[in-house]
Structure formats: structure tokens, C-alpha cells
Design a protein around this ligand. Structure first.
Ligand code: G1P
Length: 298
């Protein structure tokens, strides 16, 4: 069966970006000039996804507005002949988006469960907004290609520094069955480095069969008292094979302050409007900081 649907959980409270996220969805924080959630939606569309469900919570109305038409703004831009800007504003509205609210933030597993009726009895993709992925083939599409071969759930993973395992779901790989595709013994949510069975971390792209919903319906809270998607995947893996696909492209972690800043700089350095000025600025700033460092060491 062809994978046509994606679910984007966006109901988190965004506490890592307070106070910016007190009244604003963290998914609307821009990298240069594009909200992070737009990168995710663009990856879905580039992968051939036809319908997207965004699971939202409080303060998420701006996400709905962002992907809707804004007639006032559009006619204003048209009157002023700002065709480039008009194109940017209009291209976010041509998407088959659906919204559902998660009334209580009970965890990622619970957020995904809200998509049960939307997904029905089809395989689907889950895309988390904290990671922007770049590769010649979009990561979601890579998982969809795997599904075409295996007809099984496949979770994207990537090597992370060993001391960071407690930030992620970690897999215990059994064997590499083909290039970069692993059989998995088990999945563990946020293990300490001592407990972690490997350094292969779940990075926010999942291709799941609909059987995951049966598991999620009776899933007990796990790490952090939350209903964890990783725990449900571990249970699913006991009745049907769940694979892990190692991602070798570039990952930008925008769910963390430092990662967000690095991403803004790297995207700024390729943005036609600011790249030259930003480059000059960074070079000058680097020289100044290096001077300060040498002065301090003396
Ligand atoms: C979630 C998942 C975790 C995964 C991570 C990737 O954690 O629970 O398994 O590794 O996303 O970003 P969160 O970052 O929401 O705490």
C-alpha cells in the first residue's frame, strides 16, 4: 500500500524556548525567515505525502493561519507589485493540511494516537518538528522506499555522542540486514549512557504500520511519566518486525537553543539576501573574539 499520510505532532509546550514560547508556538520560530514547521511540511511534500495532520495544542492557532490564505496581505503585496513576496506567502497555502487538538500533553505516543481516525488502516509517516533533515532523497521518502521493500515499520536513527543518549530513544541493533538498514532487538526511551545499548538514536522520522494504534491505546506512561512512542514501537517489534534506517545526511537540531542558533547561521550563510553580509560579519567577529582570547591567555 502506498504511503500517503503524515502526522506532525506539534502540541509540545516549547519550554526550552521560554519566554519566546509563552504565547507563541515553538514551531513558528523562524530559521532566517521560514518557520521551522514549514521545513517539515516541505519535506513531506517533497516525499510525495498527500495529506498532513498536525496535532496541535495551546497557542498553536498561528500554525493554522500560517498555512491558510491571508487575503489582506496578499492583496496588499499584489497592489505593491511585490511578486516575490507574494509567491512566498502563497506557496504555503497549497497544502492538504488537517488539524486536531491534543487536549492534554500526555506525551508523544498520546499525540500520535490522536491521528488514529485520520490515518485509518494505512501505513503512515510521523515527522517531529525538532529536526530539519537534508539529504539528496528526503528522509521521509527514504523510509517510504524501505517500506516498499519490507512492508514493515521503519524508524530513522543516527549516531549521537555517547554522553547524549539520555536525550533520545536509543535502539539495540541486532544485525545490519542491508546497507544502513537494521533489525532491532529492542527500543529504549532516554537511557543513561551507562544503560544505552548503542549510540544509534531515534531522530524524529518514523514510518509506522497502523497496528501501532492498538499498542498505543493500552500504552502505560514510561520515561518522564509520559506515554512514549518509543515504548509502543518496542512492543510492536515483538509482534511484527520494526527496522531502523541509519540516516547519513545532515541533521539540524532546532529543538535546542544552541542547535537553533547554529541552524540560523548556516541557513543565513546560504540565504541570497543576507549571505554576504553575514559572512563578512562572522569573519570580523571571529577575528575580534580570537584577539580577546589571546589577550585573556596572556
Ligand atoms: C522524542 C522521542 C525520542 C526521540 C526524539 C528525537 O523525544 O521521544 O525517542 O529520540 O524525540 O528528537 P523528545 O525530544 O520529544 O523529548
Amino acid at each position: 500500500m502506498k504511503v500517503k499520510k503524515a502526522v506532525i505532532p506539534a502540541a509540545g509546550l516549547g519550554t526550552r524556548f521560554l519566554p519566546a514560547t509563552k504565547a507563541m508556538a515553538k514551531e513558528m520560530l523562524p530559521i532566517v525567515d521560514k518557520p521551522t514547521i514549514q521545513f517539515i511540511v516541505e519535506e513531506a511534500l517533497a516525499s510525495g505525502i498527500e495529506d498532513i495532520l498536525i496535532v496541535t495544542g495551546k497557542a498553536k492557532r498561528p500554525i493554522e493561519d500560517h498555512f491558510d490564505a491571508n487575503f489582506e496581505l496578499e492583496s496588499n503585496l499584489r497592489e505593491k507589485n511585490k511578486t516575490d513576496l507574494l509567491k512566498l506567502v502563497e506557496e504555503t497555502t497549497d497544502v492538504n493540511l488537517h488539524f486536531i487538538r491534543q487536549s492534554h500533553p500526555k506525551g508523544l505516543g498520546h499525540a500520535v494516537l490522536q491521528a488514529k481516525a485520520f490515518v485509518g488502516n494505512e501505513p503512515f509517516v510521523v515527522m517531529l518538528g525538532d529536526d530539519i533533515m537534508e539529504d539528496t532523497i528526503p528522509l521521509s521518502k527514504q523510509l517510504m522506499n524501505d517500506y516498499d521493500d519490507t512492508h514493515a515499520s521503519t524508524i530513522a536513527v543516527m549516531k549521537v555522542p555517547h554522553e547524549e543518549t539520555s536525550k533520545y530513544g536509543i535502539i539495540n541493533p541486532e544485525a545490519e540486514v542491508s546497507n544502513g538498514l537494521y533489525n532491532v532487538n529492542n527500543f529504549v526511551e532516554k537511557p543513561t549512557p551507562e544503560e544505552a545499548p548503542s549510540d544509534l538514536a531515534i531522530i524524529g522520522r518514523y514510518l509506522l504500520t497502523p497496528e501501532i494504534f492498538h499498542v498505543l491505546e493500552s500504552q502505560e506512561p514510561g520515561a518522564g511519566g509520559e506515554i512514549q512512542l518509543t515504548d509502543a514501537i518496542d512492543t510492536l517489534n515483538k509482534t511484527q518486525r520494526v527496522f531502523a534506517r541509519e540516516f547519513t545526511g545532515k541533521r539540524y537540531d532546532v529543538g535546542d537553543k544552541f542547535g537553533f542558533m547554529k541552524t540560523s547561521i548556516e541557513y543565513g550563510l546560504v540565504h541570497p539576501e543576507v549571505k554576504d553580509n553575514l559572512r563578512d560579519y562572522i569573519i570580523a567577529l571571529g577575528a575580534e573574539l580570537a584577539k580577546e582570547d589571546t589577550a585573556e591567555k596572556k
